[in-house]
Design a protein around this ligand. Structure first.
Ligand code: BTN
Length: 245
C-alpha cells in the first residue's frame, strides 16, 4: 500500500535524494512516502530544478517495488503514474486534465504536476524505483516558472495537503494494481486518450529548429513516434525534442 508509512520533513535537499539515502541504509520499506514542506535542491526532469514555495505544495517521493518490470516494459510505470495523478487531479477540481509526453500533468495548457522517476538496478535487473512527484496545490504565484498552475489557481479554493496526499496515494494504488496485472493494453489505451496533441499536427523543436509532426504514439520505451510532413515516421527520445505549446 502506498503511504503505509509517511515520513514528513520540514526541509530537505530533495525528497528523491533523501529516499535514495534511506534505501542505501536499508531504513525504508516499499510503499513509504517521503514528504517535504520545502526542497533546497528539488530535482526536475532533464537536469532542471523543481521550485516550490514553502509548505504550499505536495513534494513527495515514493519507494516502489518495480522489480516485476523490466527494461522493455518499464515505461508503463511512468504511464501508470501519469494516469493516476491525472485522475486524482480531475476528481479534485472537476476540470479536464491531460498528460503531456512523457508524464507532465496539464490543465488548460498549464503544468500542475511533474514526475521524476529514478530506478535502482543490479546487473541489469530492476530492483526498485523512487517516484518523485511535485503537485502544485496552494501556490498561486509562480514568478520563475512559465506555464505553471495549481489546484488553487484553478478553483480559488485552499486544499489540505494531507487530504490531497491521501487521494493521490489511493489513486496510485489502483493504478499500480493494473500495472501488476500487466494490463498494458488498457494502460496504453488510457494514456493515449489523455495525451496532449495525440493524432494532431503540432510544432516540435529539435536543436532550436521547429518542425511539424503528428504524434502517432508513445512506445513502450517512452519514445514519442511522430509522423513527419514527408510521411516518414520517426521516434524521438525524451531529451531530443520539445513540444511548443
Ligand atoms: C519535472 O521536471 O516535471 C519533474 C519534477 C519532479 C519534482 C518532484 S518534487 C518531489 C521529488 N523530489 C525531487 O527532487 N523531485 C521530485
Amino acid at each position: 500500500m502506498i503511504g503505509n508509512q509517511i515520513i514528513k520533513l520540514s526541509s530537505v535537499d530533495s525528497t528523491n535524494n533523501y529516499t535514495a539515502k534511506l534505501i542505501k541504509e536499508t531504513k525504508i520499506s516499499f510503499g513509504t512516502v517521503i514528504m517535504a514542506g520545502f526542497q533546497t535542491h528539488g530535482k526536475g526532469q532533464r537536469t532542471s530544478f523543481w521550485k516550490s514555495d514553502n509548505g504550499l505544495n505536495l513534494l513527495i517521493s515514493i519507494y516502489f517495488d518495480s522489480s516485476f518490470l523490466n527494461s522493455q516494459n518499464l515505461f508503463f510505470l511512468s504511464k501508470s503514474i501519469a494516469l493516476s495523478i491525472r485522475k486524482c487531479v480531475e476528481k479534485i477540481i472537476g476540470l479536464e486534465v491531460s498528460i503531456k509526453w512523457p508524464n507532465d500533468i496539464l490543465v488548460n495548457s498549464r503544468k500542475i504536476a511533474g514526475v521524476l522517476i529514478e530506478n535502482q538496478w543490479k546487473n541489469e535487473k530492476l530492483l526498485s524505483s523512487i517516484i518523485g512527484i511535485g503537485l502544485n496545490v496552494n501556490q498561486v504565484v509562480f514568478s520563475s516558472i512559465d506555464n505553471a498552475s495549481s489546484l488553487k489557481n484553478l478553483t480559488s479554493l485552499n486544499y489540505n495537503l494531507n487530504s490531497v496526499l491521501n487521494s493521490l496515494c489511493s489513486s496510485l494504488d489502483t493504478g499500480f494494481d493494473n500495472l501488476r496485472n500487466f494490463d498494458f493494453l488498457d494502460i496504453d489505451r488510457q494514456y493515449h486518450s489523455f495525451l496532449l496533441n495525440h493524432n494532431q499536427w503540432s510544432i516540435y523543436q529539435k536543436n532550436k529548429i521547429n518542425f511539424k509532426g503528428k504524434l502517432i504514439k508513445v512506445d513502450s520505451y517512452g519514445k514519442m513516434v511522430l509522423e513527419l510532413e514527408n510521411g516518414n515516421k520517426k521516434s524521438f527520445d525524451i531529451k531530443e525534442v520539445n513540444l511548443s505549446i
